[in-house]
Design a protein around this ligand. Structure first.
Ligand SMILES: [Zn+2]
Length: 151
């Protein structure tokens, strides 16, 4: 694999200026395929902005999972199980590539200390800017998606 794959800053207009706190590679799957809907980028930038204000210091929003191919879904379900069989992976997951990059899993950390921002605070802010948020995962991540764009 060449260095620099998907190492491209993603820019969006926020509060009247261009901001860029995310790179395309953060949205890659294991094979390096990346997809992100513009509404998600804007929601993420707003989430980051508000979390910085809420925590009173610079916060980094980290994408832990984004687009998933059918193979990614099968691999994940083999590990965590399908929801209709009591597991954690939904067959209707908005992470699937066919939905166009509308879903992300994320955590947030304080930039200076690396200490995690609470799942509660991340979920609280995400609810302002995403259509759907789930923030009760045991590992502390938050799922957020903009399923409204599918309507
Ligand atoms: Zn998710």
């Amino acid at each position: 694999m060449p260095r620099g794959r998907n190492d491209i800053p993603l820019m969006t207009l926020l509060d009247g200026e261009m901001v860029s706190h995310f790179r395309l590679r953060e949205f890659e799957n294991a094979e390096g395929l990346a997809m992100v809907h513009p509404s998600v980028l804007l929601s993420l930038e707003k989430t980051r902005r508000d979390l910085c204000a809420l925590e009173g210091e610079t916060v980094c929003v980290l994408i832990t999972d984004a687009v998933r191919t059918a193979a990614d879904m099968a691999r994940l379900a083999a590990r965590l199980g399908w929801t209709d069989e009591g597991g954690l992976v939904s067959r209707r997951s908005k992470h699937q590539a066919k939905y166009g990059g509308i879903a992300v899993d994320l955590v947030a950390v304080r930039a200076a200390s690396g200490v995690r921002v609470s799942q509660r605070n991340v979920g609280l802010v995400c609810r302002k800017y995403f259509d759907f948020v789930k923030d009760d995962y045991a590992d502390g991540h938050v799922h957020a998606d903009n399923r409204g764009v599918l309507k």
